[in-house]
Design a protein around this ligand. Structure first.
Ligand code: MOS
Length: 700
């Protein structure tokens, strides 16, 4: 495959929808007000396991403005299906986790609905619950595969014998807490039924996905469900699939025969829109005295709910990172009385690479080798798992460029010796990676009379700049100026497309856009006269192209550098500098790309120092349900952050030559910071986040 010559692509262009957004004209899901609108407020379970025995509907129906109170006994029945069991909302009296939706109140106003939801009496027969992920849990099992389709376990050679024979061994257990996605815009759905079917104004990473999930539940053909989502205020995976609130809004609207609006509150998001599973990971590395790995063993345990299996791919990145003849990776899952985990930025890679890259730092210290040099010594020639060549692998170039920019040369590896008053200062490095995915999508390109073009695809711009980048791609493929090209996205009535997920949006949609534009250019060149009054349209479906055999291992790589200062009286760790150097194919828009990468890195800092959903084992739920108690890093938490990239020319990827950049920014950041904290203080924190109490206790 050759890449297409592209003058707009590669330029640091402003967002095409920037003005709309900053002037408030961009309309988000909650800002739709169809006529005769009613408001829905869900009621959440106050037990973690058991059954609903009764709901006192009549009492709240007496309240002013209340239209309906719906629970499983009076809810419309949804069609049985093979899809996500989380979406069987109000179909059973069973309670599987605290915070699960057990009822919904619909009223004339939000205030009436909220008050009635607060007063609705729900009676339960409660059972004992188990919400604690712990090593040795009797319920741990081996899932058939891990997300999205990887083998659960892999093994090559004899890792146990290799570890027993290795002159240097690191054997350490790392743990990461549950973390909750907190996009700026919480989830919201406005559901409208009419003679044609169901229309949903929804905040989603993929309109085609939501349509595909909702239509069968209500016994409708996909064409009878329309999902509209032109602007989305972030997702990070939390909006990549339909969550129960979407079904609840549609079900409530059907029941009352009116449009219904349902906003998920920030507090509710901590139960019903997914989260990153906690993990406990044991990493064993065996090496010779020169730091050459002979064995890598990475074993993870993680949780899912009793409702659905969600098996995060925690140890999958370890399969391709470093050369070693003897290797094993495993995943074990336990189904607890907890909400169902879901996607959160770099699922698998973010927690998995924290563990692996912390262990690599420990190995560097054990072997007295610089941690960058250690990684370079263990660079594989081919993908160690599959034996396939990498289409491009520039981890070493990222490490070297980062070392140069960060000022790594001459670093004294001795921990705990750089003092500035009460502060101890240190630096750390970690590698980063994310797989290259590309999924089938469709698009149309249309020449309008008068010289303009319209490109249509059911893509999503969740704040990434996708609308802008697709306009750049289309303009170049059409050989037209940007302002003559209009890209329409965010509507399931458009040609179906992959979600904004897996860092695969631009690669997937961009391929379809290029192919549709190429087909249109062919059609235009074949014509003697101008574009006809009705316009001229061409379409593309990339299913065949995308499914064609992949002969290469395809991954993006990066190197993360951090400098921290730790106050040894309070234990407070602050990140002074963060630098990420990435190799991710061609960067299509340096402005929006930088924003994605430093956003990911900031989220990695957040993971390192702040984010932690705390499970109360007696209460049976995560205790912290808001920003007062669940802390997310903001700009003030990192004063000096930069993301740069190296030139990478990889024609085997897609017509743009790009790899995904939405997720790689978070990968490795937490390890770089943990490694820097160790370098500063001599304290190795193996349990995220690096709270001040762990540093203070470590110092005693
Ligand atoms: Mo992303 S966690 O693949 O939506």
């Amino acid at each position: 495959m050759t890449t297409v010559a592209m003058p707009n692509v590669g330029s640091a262009l402003d967002r095409v929808d920037g003005l709309e957004k900053v002037t408030g004209r961009a309309r988000y899901a909650y800002e739709n007000f169809p006529a005769d609108l009613a408001y829905a407020v869900p009621v959440q379970a106050t037990i973690a396991r058991g059954e609903i025995s009764a709901v006192d509907v009549d009492a709240v129906l007496q309240l002013p403005g209340v239209i309906a109170a719906i629970w499983h006994a009076n809810a419309p029945r949804l069609a049985p299906r093979n899809g996500d069991p989380e979406l069987a909302v109000l179909q059973s009296p069973r309670v599987a986790y605290r915070g699960q939706y057990v009822a919904v109140v619909v009223a004339e106003t939000l205030e009436s609905a909220s008050e009635a939801a607060r007063l609705l009496r729900v009676r339960y027969d409660a059972d004992e619950h188990d919400v604690e992920l712990r090593p040795g849990h009797p319920g741990l099992y081996r899932p058939d595969h891990v997300n999205p389709y990887f083998p659960t376990d892999t093994e090559q050679g004899d890792p146990d014998a290799a570890l027993a024979a290795a002159p240097v061994v690191v054997d350490a257990t790392y743990s990461t807490p549950a973390e909750h996605n907190n996009p700026m815009e919480p989830h919201a759905t406005v559901a409208v039924w009419d003679a044609e079917g169901l229309t949903l104004y929804d905040s989603t990473q993929g309109v085609s996905n939501i349509r595909g999930a909702l239509a069968p539940l209500f016994g409708l053909p996909p064409g009878s469900v329309r999902v509209i989502s032109p602007h989305v205020g972030g997702g990070f995976g939390a909006k990549a699939r339909a969550h129960p609130h979407v079904v609840l809004a549609a079900l409530a609207a059907k029941q009352v025969g009116r449009p219904v609006k349902l906003a998920v509150t920030r507090q509710q998001m901590f139960a019903v829109t997914g989260y990153r599973t906690p993990t406990i990971q044991r990493v064993r590395l065996g090496a010779d005295a020169d730091g050459r790995l002979t064995a890598i063993v990475h074993e993870a345990i993680e949780q899912s709910s009793t409702v659905a299996e969600f098996a995060e791919q925690t140890t999958v990145p370890t399969r391709m990172m470093y050369a070693a003849p003897h290797r094993r990776t495993t995943h074990r899952l336990v189904r607890l009385d907890v909400p169902t985990p879901s996607w959160m930025r770099a699922p698998g890679e973010a927690p998995g690479m924290y563990a692996l890259e912390s262990a690599m730092d420990e190995l560097a210290i054990a072997c007295r080798i610089d941690p960058i040099e250690l990684r370079i010594r263990n660079e594989p020639d081919v993908d160690p798992e599959s034996g396939r060549p990498f289409s491009s692998r520039n981890l070493v170039a990222c490490l070297r460029e980062g070392a140069r920019r960060f000022g790594w040369a001459g670093r004294d590896p001795e921990p705990g010796i750089r003092r500035e008053g009460r502060l101890l200062v240190g630096t750390g490095v970690a590698a980063s990676t994310f797989p290259v995915y590309r999924m089938p999508s469709q698009a149309t390109a249309r020449a309008e009379p008068g010289g303009g073009f319209t490109v249509r695809i059911a893509a999503a711009d969740i704040g990434t700049g996708a609308r802008t980048v697709l306009t750049q791609i289309a303009a170049d493929a059409l050989d037209a100026p940007m302002d003559r090209v209009r890209v329409e996205i965010g509507d399931s009535a458009l040609p179906p497309a992959w979600v904004a997920g897996g860092s695969a949006g631009t690669a997937s949609w961009g391929t379809a856009v290029v192919r549709a534009c190429e087909a249109l250019m062919d059609a235009l060149h074949g014509r003697a006269d101008d574009v006809p009054p009705e316009g001229l349209e061409a379409s593309a479906d990339t299913t065949q192209e995308v499914r064609a055999q992949r002969r290469f291992a395809q991954h993006a790589f990066g190197a993360q550098f951090a400098e921290v200062a730790v106050d040894m009286d309070t234990g407070e760790a602050r990140v002074r500098r963060l630098l990420g150097v990435f190799a991710a194919g061609r960067i299509l828009n340096p402005k929006t790309a930088r924003s994605q990468l430093i956003g990911g890195m900031t989220m990695g800092l957040s993971m390192a120092l702040l984010e932690e959903s705390v499970m109360d084992h007696e209460f049976g739920d995560y205790l912290n349900h808001d920003f007062a108690q669940y802390h997310v890093a903001a700009s003030a938490d990192v004063r000096d952050i930069d993301a740069v990239w190296i030139e990478e020319d990889d024609p085997g990827l897609n017509p743009m030559g790009s790899k995904g950049i939405g997720e790689i920014g978070i990968v490795g950041t937490a390890a770089a910071i943990a490694n820097a904290v160790h370098h500063a203080t001599g304290i190795r924190v193996r349990d995220l986040p690096i709270r001040l109490d762990k540093i203070v206790h470590g110092a005693i």
